[in-house]
Write a protein that binds this ligand. Structure first.
Ligand code: CO
Ligand code: ZN
Length: 336
């Protein structure tokens, strides 16, 4: 899974421009699915299996897009001004390298204000593309960029850009591979949704859930974690197992789904944690609000430095999330 994750992580796909990542996923999953389609927003939707009498229609979602930057203005000296697509943190961008979809590279810079501790707003930052004039600048208004950063391993940790949510994407691909390799006979009709435009408000998952009409939905995404020296008080730590979503900023998970995931983890002897994320949300929110409502939860991978160029996860959490999902989907579930 690591080499696949590296390839996925290093491929640029800002919101609305998921083509390159979608092509990789499509090629990977084609042998393992029964039906595949790309909808009008660019969601890649794959079905595996049909519903047995005791089965449900389950939607699993992992988003393809990552935080992006979009050029709003190029000034006479050749610096590109930008705004963000998704929740970019000002603290994590100074000196960050970016890569544009047209292949151009740049560095994010800003000038120090008299108050050295204060970060300027994005309007006062710029991307330096090594150009001396507007005419020389290789990008123009409307061009998109993402962080440029290769995936590395530090001990058991994986560090790279866009692990939010290429980790989820890699997990769903591996899940499809394992369901096939182990000839798992799931009673459920499984919809694997590689969603578009999550970072700007889960727009892809919303229309995918409307079309699929699932009986339940699970978002596979990153979550924040405690565990750093002065970190937030959050009972989720790296390396202690996948986190079962209980709530996040915009979603209350269905308690029946939380119990399901917890019971399966306990039976299988897998480590797990409970996620209560005070800031941030996932595709679970959009799925929950589709049509007349859908029970949702999520399996979240604990992470540090989310939305920075160096997001960090623990490889053991990926492995245990995979085992948990395999176990959950292998058996019938009574929602009543
Ligand atoms: Co995100
Ligand atoms: Zn995410």
């Amino acid at each position: 899974m690591k080499s696949l994750l590296k390839k996925l992580s290093e491929t640029p796909a800002p919101p609305g421009y998921e083509t390159a990542v979608r092509a990789i996923i499509k090629e990977e999953i084609l042998p393992f699915v029964d039906e595949i389609q790309v909808d009008n927003l660019g969601n890649l939707i794959a079905r595996k299996g049909t519903r047995a009498p005791n089965g449900l229609r389950i939607m699993l979602a992992a988003h393809m897009d990552e935080i992006g930057l979009i050029v709003t203005h190029v000034d006479e000296q050749g610096f590109a001004r930008f705004s963000s697509l998704g929740g970019l943190a000002r603290a994590s961008v100074r000196g960050a390298r970016v890569q544009f979809l047209n292949g151009a590279f740049g560095v994010i810079g800003f000038e120090h204000s008299s108050d050295a501790g204060r970060l300027p707003p994005f309007e006062q930052m710029f991307i330096d593309l090594g150009a001396a004039s507007r005419a020389e600048c290789p990008v123009r208004v409307g061009d998109l960029a993402v962080f440029e950063r290769g995936l590395i391993e530090i001990g058991s940790r994986l560090v790279g850009k866009a692990l939010d949510d290429r980790v989820g994407v890699a997990l769903l691909i591996e899940l499809l591979r394992q369901l096939t390799a182990q000839a798992v006979r799931s009673p459920h009709e499984l919809y694997f949704v590689f969603s578009a435009q999550e970072e700007i408000g889960s727009r892809g998952a919303a229309v995918a859930a409307y079309q699929i009409e699932p009986d339940l939905g699970l978002a596979i995404d990153l979550t924040a974690s405690g565990g750093t020296p002065k970190g937030l008080k959050m009972a989720v730590e790296l390396g202690c197992g996948p986190a079962i979503k209980v709530r996040d900023q915009l979603t209350i998970a269905d308690p029946r789904l939380v119990s399901w995931a917890v019971d399966v983890a306990q039976h299988a002897g897998l480590p797990y944690q409970l996620e209560i994320l005070e800031r941030g949300s996932t595709d679970a929110r959009a799925i929950q609000l589709a049509r007349s409502g859908v029970p949702v939860s999520g399996i979240s991978i604990p992470a540090r430095y989310v939305h920075s160029p160096s997001e960090m996860v623990d490889a053991a959490d990926l492995q245990n999330a995979l085992l948990l999902l395999l176990a959950m989907l292998s058996q019938p579930l009574d929602l009543h």
